[in-house]
Design a protein. Structure first.
Length: 188
């Protein structure tokens, strides 16, 4: 009995459902799958490209760009939000206009890397207002931080509070950004 690609895809999808449950957000057969197992199509990807550049676009404007009706765009946006594909819609602020012109990249190496120490460091970085991004990484550094501060004195105060007063920090390396060549949150 001959099987079509569609039959094989359906079988693969059923196996994935049974193994991964209702939270499947993997790439299957080269297509992204939403949590309700609807495959994202090119229209979804077009919508995502538009809203990642400007989240304030109306459904009417998006509909003209992608060739769908405004209600169809609204329905797709709602599903993309509900499934977590669109995590949040934010305003990107100008650090210079807010007096926070200094961007600093910091590599942090911990003394000990057990779960309690990692969780403690992550929690402190989440709560530090000047930490814009924090990544737990492979390689020599355990964490990479991106900070936005008003001046070197603010950064020094940060290092005193978070690095020098913390016994689990082995060392850290600081790089001061001279020019913001590209900053982006774009995924597509």
């Amino acid at each position: 009995m001959a099987h079509s690609c569609s039959d094989e895809f359906t079988a693969l999808l059923e196996v994935s459902k049974s193994l991964l449950g209702s939270r499947l957000t993997n790439l299957v057969a080269g297509r992204y799958i939403l949590d309700d197992f609807r495959i994202m199509d090119d229209k979804d990807l077009q919508i995502l490209r538009l809203v990642q550049d400007n989240a304030r676009l109306t459904a009417e404007v998006i509909s003209q760009e992608v060739g769908l009706s405004p209600p169809a765009v609204q329905k797709r946006l709602k599903k993309l939000r509900e499934t977590g594909v669109i995590e949040k819609e934010i305003a990107v602020l100008s650090p210079a206009k807010l007096g926070r012109e200094m961007t600093i990249i910091v590599e942090v190496i911990l003394e000990r890397e057990n779960r309690a120490h990692l969780d403690s460091f992550k929690r402190r970085m989440r709560n530090a207002p000047c930490v814009q991004q924090c990544y737990y990484t492979t390689g020599e550094a355990d964490f990479m931080l991106i900070l936005v501060v008003s001046d070197i004195k603010e950064y020094e105060a940060f290092t005193q509070a978070h690095f020098f007063d913390e016994s689990n920090i082995s060392r850290f390396k600081t790089s001061i950004v001279m020019d913001r060549v590209k900053t982006s949150l774009d995924v597509l």
